[in-house]
Design a protein around this ligand. Structure first.
Ligand SMILES: NC(=O)c1ccc[n+]([C@@H]2O[C@H](COP(=O)([O-])OP(=O)(O)OC[C@H]3O[C@@H](n4cnc5c(N)ncnc54)[C@H](OP(=O)(O)O)[C@@H]3O)[C@@H](O)[C@H]2O)c1
Length: 293
């Protein structure tokens, strides 16, 4: 097996298109998802565009930290890793908790990719030059609480804002990790796909309760903005992740946010702030210890 790539939530939506892009560039791609039937169909589609058809599906519910640990142990045991695309993410209309009792959007958009990345660092260092791509969102850019002393911010649950805050936590982690890994040959990028009509967006963007009562007063405008953003074809939305994962212009660079037009832009919402990074790190270490107690 040649260069190995892992794409989480790689059996549908933006992740599937990302996996196709990596496979076409010659990577042996592992796609992770929950549903084996969907995984098998994804493998067929990815192999159809592969330079070397070496795709496989690995089943894992990434909302469970125990499952993330098991997945990481399996992947790490297989040797050096060249690319990790943490694409998993979701917005929930109603508040939910995972099997670990953690609010689901924080768990899936930040803690799960955080834990998987930390547990694969040795494999990524062994595969250097290697890259980590964390998929972010413009939802992190505004209207989110920027304190991270607890998973759940004070006040009511609003799916869009809590999703954005979890993405901001992950973006702060991404920028901090890039600094930590300088000199190791592991580059770390965030990629913003913009918007696309995927499962994540089908439905939830039409439910006013995902935003605060104040923003609901502007609902027709907010809804139009969501719909306009979600109008991008999914293969186009995958381009920022593919660019961050593969583009030669990023060789030896790190700590960049790649926007939907594949440009390097200022990280959203002061996510390079070292105090924010420290708060996210402490919370992440407490909730998702690298070794299960
Ligand atoms: N769509 C947008 O407009 C948009 C905008 C900005 C950022 N993003 C970000 O882009 C990334 C991809 O979004 P998307 O819209 O493509 O999402 P999506 O269509 O909802 O993703 C579907 C994929 O996620 C997998 N999945 C869902 N829950 C999972 C879980 N608990 N464990 C493992 N796999 C899981 C699904 O597989 P199974 O069903 O088999 O589990 C499938 O492979 C996310 O990080 C999202 O936050 C999306």
């Amino acid at each position: 097996m040649g260069r190995r790539a892992v794409v989480t939530a790689g059996t549908g939506g933006i992740g599937l298109e990302t996996a196709k892009g990596l496979a076409a560039a010659g990577y042996a791609v592992t796609v992770v998802g929950r549903d084996p039937g969907r995984g098998a169909r994804a493998v067929e589609q990815i192999n159809a565009v592969s330079a070397e058809p070496e795709t496989r599906f690995v089943a894992a519910d990434l909302a469970s930290l125990g499952t993330v640990r098991t997945l990481a142990a399996r992947l790490a045991a297989e040797g050096p890793l060249t690319l990790l695309v943490n694409n998993v993410g979701a917005m929930f209309v109603d508040k939910q908790h995972t099997v670990d009792g953690i609010e689901a959007s924080f768990a899936l958009n930040h803690l799960s990719p955080y834990l998987l990345t930390e547990l694969l660092l040795d494999a990524l260092k062994a595969g250097a030059p290697s890259r980590v791509v964390n998929v972010t969102s413009g939802a992190a850019a505004r209207f989110v609480k920027r304190t991270f002393d607890a998973v759940e911010p004070p006040g009511g649950y609003y799916g869009f804002h809590w999703y954005g805050r979890a993405k901001l936590a992950n973006l702060a982690y991404t920028m901090d990790l890039a600094k930590r890994l300088q000199g190791t040959g592991v580059s770390v990028f965030a990629a913003d796909p913009g918007g696309a009509t995927t499962e994540m967006n089908n439905g939830s963007g039409r439910v006013p309760k995902i935003v605060t009562p104040g923003l609901r007063l502007l609902w027709p405008l907010v809804r139009r903005t969501f719909e306009r953003r979600a109008a991008t074809p999914v293969p186009v939305a995958a381009q920022s992740s593919i660019f961050a994962a593969l583009d030669a212009s990023l060789t030896e660079q790190t700590g960049l946010l790649i926007d939907p037009e594949c440009r390097s832009v200022e990280p959203y919402n002061s996510s390079t702030d070292s105090r924010m990074a420290e708060a996210v790190r402490k919370l992440s270490e407490r909730l998702a210890p690298l070794v299960d107690a």
